[in-house]
Design a protein around this ligand. Sequence first.
Ligand code: 0O2
Length: 267
Amino acid sequence: MEIQLWREILSPYEQAVDELLIKFNHIIAQYRNQGLYSPIETVTGRVKKISSILDKLQKKKIPMDRIYEEMDDIAGIRVICQFAEDIYKVVEIIRSRSDMRIREEKDYIKNAKASGYQSYHIILDYDVYTIDGLKTIQAEIQIRTLAMNFWATIEHSLQYKYKKNMPEHIRQKLHAAADATVTLDKEMSSVREEIMDAQNSFNIKATIVSEILVNIQNLYQVGNQREVIKIQDEFYKIYQSGDMQLLKTFATQLDIIAEGYKAQSLN
Ligand code: 0O2
């Protein structure tokens, strides 16, 4: 048998995980920077451990020279959403992109596994550009809610502990817990609009405050410092009043003042 150079085998998968994490994190940032609710709460990624790859090759009787073709989860991304509806929004985002080509989809939410496992899986064809040229690898994206992820994490640890011999009473408890996550997700979905509104208001306020503070800092460097301190005091007063409308008006006025200074400095 040929020598297996694991560092070379895994390198494109590491690059894919790094790149995909950046891309998903930018999606979150772009929603939030626009004061919008992000359908993605968090994203994590990992390259499968060599021992787990070897276990899977053995279990599925995959020869070593078929790793690229047959192993679809060496690069793994997990997208966590707050609400079940968000999962399908994330699927649509992925579907609309040309840099993430969907090869296979499994909806374990509409069709939960016998264990009770729920998640949406997508296998991607993903291009990585290495110093040896273009390599297209497969990557698995698991998309699930916080509740589904909580269940899967606990169940995965128990599977690892008991291997194939999970005691019946634990299996039953896990089934009951899986039913509870379905109920929890449904209950949360029923107040989704309210929660999204609250989070949107929070994001909008945070964006306005940071824009005001940047403007104040810039003005402090170029303007009359005593005036700028007065502006800052006024900002704190409005902020403490909690009046969003006043805060928005103040931000607009400050923008006009800042633009005036910019125009002056250009003349
Ligand atoms: P790990 O350690 O998480 O990487 P198979 O891989 O044969 O089980 P298939 O059809 O290749 O199944 O893929 P499938 O069913 O989409 O599962 C792929 C991954 O989903 C698994 O990878 C798990 O991460 C997760 N998963 C699937 N079923 C369950 C389940 O019942 N419980 C939990 N907690 N996770 C599950 P790995 O390689 O099996 O495991």
